[in-house]
Design a protein around this ligand. Structure first.
Ligand code: PLP
Length: 438
């Protein structure tokens, strides 16, 4: 018998189980091991100096990465059809290090305003503190994307399918605008998952994930990943991207674009500067948990998507429900885009609005329904094996003002659903029981 190497070919189901792990080690462990060590011992001082100077690859210190993490990075890169990846401690960290590496102080980002609330906090508060400006636009307004671009713009940013209203991005249109302006398109594909859509196939240059959600899949472990699709040429306008095209001060006269090139230089910069300096490193244990989750990604996502559609169709007929925001429904505004970009199904994260005015009674009605649910858990998370609900206006999106909330399509009556792996008939019965209370 021969042990297996790390680069199998094949389609999604094969890649999600096998990519990145080479069992030909002295221990020949069949499953990727957890390398639970803070640091790595060098064979000699010369060896250590070479690894520190980037003259040769090697394990160094777990803030910089671990072999377990490297397997995860290769696997997610393969699933997204990308060239390289960096895994970090959370989705929030993945968005942060990606944009810091691309934008830098004084730089500008144009972002969809249909975003997870934590990303809005990062963009309008913490990034502002560090001299990075973000202009928010309606992701469906092509002219607004174009008009917001400035000479200092270094990235366009959006979610593939937005959390929580499930607006589907017109990737190809926004990618064309980004590339016309000479900047990369960065897509948060947390809700989409590479099983349902690969943004890189539609023009995205960098794809970020909260691996905490569907990739890990069981609500146990935080993590984040950024994939470089290997499409953006920082050498085409070198003066705009000095972090890649001029000497990298901490490594003497090393120029990342010359040393590592397209599809690789970005990951080297993110790891050796932003993860090294800021320290948002993924623990080996969490990397391993996320790898375990990914082994069943397609099975879980297909099942959850089918359940969510059944729930959405049921809620759309319910007299206590004013609107269901699910692009699998034929009358949804983003249905045509879902058909174009999501042939395998629509994600299992969507929202619905209870019937009733946005008055003082709205919070009480929502609370009555949510507090009556027995199977759906009230949790600020998505992509778990368990079904979850949340009230964006008082939870994940509570830092947004009323205008921002309205622009994102969220009302006081909006309840977010993340369909889990339970029997959809039980989930529908649970919702019916709770809705009967109002
Ligand atoms: N992006 C999206 C779309 C999310 O829903 C979340 C978290 O809810 C994040 C990013 C942040 O991820 P994490 O919680 O892993 O930091």
């Amino acid at each position: 018998m021969t042990a297996h190497s790390s680069v199998p070919t094949g389609t999604f189901a094969t890649l999600q189980v096998q990519t990145g792990y080479d069992s030909r080690t002295p221990e020949n462990s069949a499953v990727p091991p957890i390398h639970q060590t803070a640091a790595y011992e060098f064979a000699s001082l010369a060896d250590a100096a070479d690894v520190f100077a980037l003259r040769k690859p090697g394990n160094l210190y777990s803030r910089s990465g671990s072999p377990t993490q490297l397997i995860l990075e290769q696997r997610v890169a393969a699933l997204e059809g990308g060239s390289s990846a960096v895994a970090v401690a959370s989705g929030q960290a993945a968005v942060t290090v990606t944009l810091l590496a691309l934008v830098g102080r004084g730089g500008h980002i144009v972002s969809a305003h249909q975003l997870y609330g934590g990303t809005v906090d990062l963009f309008q508060d913490t990034f502002a503190d560090f001299g990075i400006e973000v202009t928010f636009v309606d992701q469906d307004d092509t002219d607004a994307w174009r008009a917001a671009i400035r000479p200092a713009t270094r990235a366009l940013f959006a979610e593939s399918i937005a959390n929580p209203i499930a607006q589907v991005l017109d990737f190809e249109t926004v990618a064309e605008i980004a590339h016309g302006a000479g900047v990369p398109l960065v897509i948060d594909n947390t809700v989409g998952t590479p099983y349902l859509v690969r943004p890189g196939d539609h023009g995205a240059d960098f794809v970020v994930h909260s691996a905490t959600k569907f990739l890990a899949g069981h609500g146990t472990s935080l993590g984040g990943v950024v994939v470089d699709q290997g499409t953006f040429d920082f050498g085409a306008e070198p003066e705009r991207w000095p972090q890649f095209t001029t000497a990298y001060p901490r490594f003497g006269d090393l120029v990342l674009w010359e040393r590592s090139g397209i599809g690789q230089a970005f990951a080297v910069l993110v790891k050796t500067k932003y993860v090294h300096d800021l320290g948002p490193s993924l623990s080996p244990f969490n990397a391993w948990q996320i790898l375990q989750g990914i082994e069943t990604l397609d099975l879980r996502v297909a099942r959850q998507s089918a359940s969510a559609l059944a729930i959405a169709e049921h809620l759309a007929q319910h007299p206590k429900v004013a609107a269901v925001h699910h692009p699998g429904l034929v009358d949804n505004r983003w249905h045509a885009l879902a058909e174009q970009y999501l042939p395998r199904g629509v994600p299992s994260v969507f929202s619905f609005d209870l019937d009733g005015a946005e008055d003082a009674g709205a919070q009480d009605r929502v609370a009555e329904v949510i507090d009556s649910l027995q199977l759906f858990r009230l949790v600020a998370n998505i992509g778990d094996a368990r079904s979850l609900v949340a009230h964006p206006a008082s939870m994940t999106h509570s830092h947004l003002n009323a205008e921002q909330r309205a622009a994102a399509g969220i009302s006081l009556n909006t309840i977010r659903v993340s369909a889990g792996l339970e029997d959809p008939a039980d989930l529908i019965a649970d919702l019916d029981r709770a809705l009967a209370r109002i």
